[in-house]
Design a protein around this ligand. Sequence first.
Ligand code: SF4
Length: 475
Amino acid sequence: MTFRSRARAGLSPKAVAGAPLQANGSRCLMLGMEPTDIEPLSSAEEFLDSACLGCGCVCDDIDIVVKQGRIVGADNACSIGVGWLLEESGGPACKIAGEPAGLDEGIARAAEILAGARFPLVTGLEEASIESQKVAIQIARRIGARLDTTTSPGRQAYWLAVQDVGAVGCTLGEIRHRGDLIIVWRADPNETHPRHFERYSIDAVGNVAHRGRVDRFVIAVDETETTDCADRFIRLSADQEIEALVTLRALARGVALDADQVAARTGSPLQTWQDMFTKMKEARYGVLLFEPSPDRLRNAAILRLVRDMNEHTRFVGSPLGAAGNAAGAEQVALWSTGYPGAVDLARGVPRYLPDESTTAALLERGLVDAILVVSGDPALLATSRGSVILLNVPTVVLGGRENVTMRSATVGFRVARLGREDSGTVFRSDGAPIPVRECLVSLFPGTRELLARIDQAIAALPERGPAFHESPGGS
Ligand code: SF4
């Protein structure tokens, strides 16, 4: 993929007046400007095919218009994407204990905190580029830290289910081209991933599904905004979900079922599930879209159903994916340590402790004495006890936006935001790497450069005993 950028000679009044909604449902917004404000726009610059990190779709067809250092247009972005692009960050580049400080002073203090810790934690990573994540993991190795991400508890439970069952997945491009049955399983992409249908699934025109929506059958399980565009709808509550998945799996394996039991446990008659299974079996390329949940058994039930459907036809499961670069954080942790998070590097070799070394678990048990947070907000995952620990432990926080963890940082660095002011590579929810680049000049340093300087500062400190530490709970 190449990036295109050009000085914009002027925007037609038509493009502006008709801005709010395009035929494809996305928006061309001239943000906060009247048409008269933008004639002529000889100084405006347009960044074509930019990527948006507002959700796991990572749409890379956003045409951003920048004028006088501000984003004034975001062609093709949905409302979530516009909000993400417009989010401003300010304040000093570095604060120590809440007071503005010089960058060099902050780096030296951060290095002291991290190098001096016996039980450090490196976490966050969800809004950093792959290049920055690699440097963060290098620091984690150097100081013998526990390494985790702040992606949702649902993602962690999803990875545990993948380790149990395996996953039959695909790229979003495959869904676009080949998917002829789309099941939206207790999720609402219309709300959370507004351009998923247009770009990748229900409405997308592909090589095989070349008439887009006409070539697809859509089943919505659970009532959401998405129900309106489905051919069939099955109501299902959260407590009936695993039963419904098991029922479909039993049908896929030819197991005889008791109709009364099925109706009582799933809320729908057996015939409803038989009809749905028939549609699944008849599909040439079935797709189940879902959001991973913190319930590991439920995630495993979805993965097992998808796996067993491949006895009948091609069938894939596709998690919808989180904003930022959450997928990248897990992938980089995987290829660097062998595990997607919750890794203990204290003994010099990675140990996977998914119940003990997650950010939430370590905070809850108070098993940290310093934390490096790279573009994330562990406060969102912490219990009230964990929040108290977070407030009382020295923290080094790098972030492009204000959040609870940033506000209470011992050393806080404001960094350029990826995709707005900083460039790098991210992973889309399906694992496809997507390059992103800056469209604004930043007053703040890039995450990767800053982490590299902190790493160098740690390396330059005098040796302090063994190269790695024993876990407080380790044997
Ligand atoms: S669908 Fe997601 S990635 Fe695409 S523009 Fe909207 S928020 Fe951005």
